[in-house]
Write a protein that binds this ligand. Structure first.
Ligand code: 13P
Ligand code: SF4
Length: 329
């Protein structure tokens, strides 16, 4: 059955470190110079394109980025990721300028939990303890008791007082995985990442048929039938450590394709196969890909667009983020 599908399936995309290192372009060099002139730090998520990762001061997952944002002494934070990540940096640094090259770089998970709907739900269920995945708006964070990322969700949920019933928002797939890891019952908000749910059991089984020895590493935002096929389920940062410590030289990676750049840069002797979806050889997040070298450079030159937020929301949303940093330190 699976073999029959092989003919029509998209061919797999393999990533290896290129043997020649490309010189920086004039635009990339200008970005580096401007950062220095303006005392700006470029924080970059693992899903960004390679030319942006190359000029970043820090490349990492949501937890690492939040920690960097909390500790920087730069005057300007320029964020190459999506809107909720830049907002988190602003919440932690209200007096600093936080820039995002394209303010429309959103997130389907964040969109799946509007703050007014969560407020209504809480009003009807006032005793719930709300754990919010960091992929949500500042207004949703302000309604939450503690924030988590995929890197610390298990650790955070394990610290919620036993006598409190948990509502986990907005990712039902991450929430379901956390239930399995902690044994803790939780109500799940019905949100999901439009990109990670494109991996299917069939597309991954097909890939494994070609590379039966390659361990499968999946992000917890994947659906359960896909997570069940994985040798390791973890955040993007933990993927780097898992592949580093594992004896295999080839891995099937089930997350956004930008991750392959980080992996090949850090582990130049290993090969990474981008997990295929039902009809594509890899998986891009259209929001993450809104940042380009061109709009990053323009953003640095003009110091805009800037993240601006209501002072009241900053104050209210900072508490659950600080609680997360404290609980996961
Ligand atoms: P990580 O925190 O694992 O990098 O995930 C962020 C994200 O948006 C995944 O889609
Ligand atoms: Fe949001 Fe999914 Fe994109 Fe991550 S990959 S930023 S969860 S839409």
């Amino acid at each position: 059955m699976i073999k029959q599908n092989l003919g029509s399936a998209p061919s797999l995309r393999l990533y290896r470190k290129e043997s020649t290192t490309k010189a920086l372009t004039t635009e990339q060099q200008e970005i580096i110079n401007l950062k220095k002139d303006k005392n700006a730090i470029l924080l970059c998520h693992n899903y960004q394109i390679e030319p942006i990762q190359q000029v970043a001061d820090y490349v990492g997952d949501s937890l690492g980025l939040a920690r960097q944002a909390a500790s920087t002494d730069a005057d300007i934070i320029i964020f190459c990721g999506v809107h909720f990540m830049a907002e988190t940096a602003k919440i932690l640094n209200p007096s600093k300028t936080v820039l995002l090259p394209d303010l429309d770089a959103g997130c389907s998970l964040s969109d799946s939990c509007p703050a007014d709907q969560l407020a209504d739900y809480k009003a009807k269920n006032p005793d719930l303890f709300v754990v919010a995945y960091v992929n949500c708006s500042a207004a949703v964070k302000a309604l939450s008791d503690v924030i988590c990322t995929s890197g610390n969700a298990v650790q955070i949920v394990n610290q919620v007082p036993e006598n409190r019933e948990i509502l986990f928002v907005p990712d039902q797939n991450l929430g379901q995985w956390v239930i399995g890891q902690t044994g803790r019952k939780m109500r799940l908000w019905p949100g999901s990442c439009y990109a990670h749910v494109l991996f299917t059991q069939e597309s991954i089984e097909r890939c494994r048929l070609e590379y039966p020895k390659a361990p499968v590493v999946a992000h917890p935002e994947c659906v359960q039938t896909v997570r069940d096929l994985a040798d390791k389920v973890c955040s993007t940062e933990k993927m780097v450590n898992f592949c580093k410590d594992h004896s295999s030289d080839t891995f099937i990676i089930l997350t956004e394709s930008g991750m392959m750049h980080r992996l090949t840069r850090e582990l130049p002797d290993k090969t990474f196969i981008a997990g295929p979806t039902g009809n594509c050889a890899c998986n891009d997040c259209r929001f993450m890909k809104m940042n380009t070298v061109k709009n990053l450079l323009e953003c640095l030159r003009s110091s805009s667009p800037e993240i601006t937020m209501d002072a009241h929301i900053i104050e209210k949303s900072r508490l659950p983020i600080e609680k997360m940093l404290e609980w996961s330190s």
